[in-house]
Design a protein around this ligand. Structure first.
Ligand SMILES: NC(=O)c1ccc[n+]([C@@H]2O[C@H](COP(=O)([O-])OP(=O)(O)OC[C@H]3O[C@@H](n4cnc5c(N)ncnc54)[C@H](OP(=O)(O)O)[C@@H]3O)[C@@H](O)[C@H]2O)c1
Length: 341
């Protein structure tokens, strides 16, 4: 079987480290692994399959020098904007985890369970975009339900983990909790989030746009429509909560036809990458402690609206660093290999 030289730009970050784990877990056919980061991380060791790989500096020429076939990018939007075109020019396919290219009309935005065939458009610019972490788990659920019941509108509220803001986001929550137990929370630094995140809930992720929605909320709207190739009405409220890992979402789905909760449960049970946990009699439903460190999206609390038989409510959780970033990116790479061979 052919092996591929793989670069990870942002290898020392939350998503980059997880990419290494997922490549190993899914037994991806890696030839040479080339971890890339900023100058300050050069020489650090990244472990992959029991072997250490030295971090190199991300430069314009490294992709050509190292004969990279697949370049995962997770070093921030401005870094992707600057360096991804050089990786593509050097002949690599870029799989980009940032928001930079997602809404470009000639760049495919892919969740393999939903729109794998869009991958063929990678040839336009050599780049495939990975959607926002909150969008991925939601569309994995919406797609199979839409195929059967025809979705008109979605209202979603998210409960997003601090690791969505990278390693520094996790550090800030942990430090503030330690300061709380040391009776000095009032001295704790607030840097990654707009307010204290320990013992708090912040209904504000990314910047506000002119329409009073945040950029994070508008990503869920625009990306859902692009991935599902359908102008579903979406309204999102994105909220940061003081947990380390796994995003949760409360989703209300309006269909164009009456919906049946048992049938919806059955459809989701048979859908790829979805696990239904919905035994309320046994207090069983998805929670971040169940989804963390897994590659599945967990869905439960599936119930019909009390007043309108075309509306369904449900709750889901997924590890946003795996399902919402690294695993989705590696699954795209697996499909890309299938498409190209
Ligand atoms: N965290 C999530 O749940 C998640 C989910 C989906 C998408 N994303 C997206 O993925 C990207 C990375 O997120 P993250 O959470 O992994 O952030 P992170 O933990 O802060 O890691 C950032 C990475 O980018 C590298 N980097 C920063 N500046 C660089 C530069 N000038 N040149 C080369 N490398 C540079 C850092 O390297 P150094 O260590 O050398 O600074 C580090 O490896 C962001 O665009 C984010 O929006 C994140």
């Amino acid at each position: 079987m052919r092996k591929y030289n793989v670069a990870i730009a942002g290898a020392t970050g939350a998503v980059g480290e997880e990419l290494c784990r997922v490549l190993e877990d899914l037994d991806f056919p890696v030839g040479n692994l080339v971890p890339l980061a900023s100058a300050k991380s050069v020489g650090m060791d990244i472990e992959f399959k029991g072997k250490n790989y030295k971090v190199l500096e991300l430069t314009k020429s490294v992709f050509e020098e190292k004969e990279i076939d697949i370049a995962f990018f997770s070093a921030g939007g401005s870094i992707s904007a600057k360096f991804a075109p050089f990786a593509a020019e050097a002949g690599a396919v870029v799989i980009d985890n940032t928001s930079h290219f997602r809404m470009d009309s000639d760049i495919p935005l892919v969740v393999p369970e939903c729109n794998a065939t869009d991958i063929s458009a990678w040839k336009n610019r050599g780049i495939i975009a990975n959607p926002n972490c909150s969008t991925i788990q939601m569309v994995q659920i919406l797609k199979p339900l839409d195929d059967v019941f025809d979705i008109k509108r979605v209202d979603v509220s998210t409960y997003q983990a601090v690791s969505g803001a990278g390693k520094e986001g996790m550090k800030e929550l942990v430090t503030q909790m330690q300061d709380f137990f040391a009776f000095k929370l009032d001295e704790s630094k607030i840097e990654k989030f707009q307010h204290q995140i320990a013992l708090n809930v912040i209904p504000h992720i990314d910047v506000f746009e002119d329409n009073d929605y945040t950029k994070e909320e508008m990503k869920m709207v625009n990306e859902t429509q692009k991935i599902l190739h359908k102008n579903i009405e979406v309204s999102a409220t994105c909220v940061r909560v003081p947990i380390l890992r796994s995003h949760s979402e409360d989703i209300t789905i309006h269909f164009n036809s009456p919906v049946d909760a048992d049938k919806a449960r059955e459809i989701l049970r048979n859908s790829p990458s979805i696990v239904v946990v919905d035994e309320t009699g046994k207090n069983e439903y998805p929670m971040p402690i169940i989804s963390t460190d897994t590659d599945e999206t967990y869905v439960g609390r599936i119930r019909k609206d009390l007043y309108d038989d075309t509306i369904l409510h449900l709750w889901c959780c997924a590890d946003q660093i795996r399902v919402g970033a690294a695993t989705n990116a590696v699954r795209i790479a697996q499909k890309w290999i299938e498409t190209e061979s």
